[in-house]
Write a protein that binds this ligand. Structure first.
Ligand code: 5GP
Ligand code: ZN
Length: 118
């Protein structure tokens, strides 16, 4: 984990160098709307510090996940998702389907999710 990474899209959004529809922020993370929503509500919870993926998280600052899940809960509450529920997704690495290599939690809600995922 590094403080921030030059050229990283989500570092730039977290530092507000690139605009995004922010719905929540605290000392550890920012949350904003996904540019290509896969559900009526699709937000991304992104740590302010540059963490590449789950392996990087586990090896460098595993306790950060507590802040991220707590923030996702607050975001879900703000978007009225608590009653019907929501899904958290972390795509990690190539086979995990990760496309932006700055760890993030997808918060998906507003419709019934299917299983298994594609
Ligand atoms: P991943 O595939 O890495 O799990 O998720 C990356 C997510 O970031 C995708 O859902 C994609 O739509 C979203 N995304 C990519 N570029 C941007 C951007 O510039 N702004 C926002 N708000 N979301 C983005
Ligand atoms: Zn980054």
């Amino acid at each position: 984990m590094t403080e921030h990474m030059d050229g990283c899209l989500f570092c730039k959004i977290a530092k507000k160098e690139i605009p995004a529809k922010l719905v929540y922020e605290d000392d550890w993370c920012v949350a904003f709307s996904d540019i290509r929503p896969q559900a009526p509500i699709h937000l991304l919870v992104v740590p302010r510090q540059h963490v590449t993926d789950l392996a990087d998280l586990a090896e460098s600052n595993l306790s950060l996940i507590t802040q991220l899940v707590g923030a996702a809960h607050k975001v879900a509450q703000k978007m009225s998702l608590l009653e019907d529920g929501y899904r958290l997704v972390i795509n990690s690495g190539k086979n995990g389907g990760q496309t932006v290599f700055h760890l993030h939690l997808h918060v998906l809600g507003g419709r019934k999710m299917t299983w298994p995922p594609g």
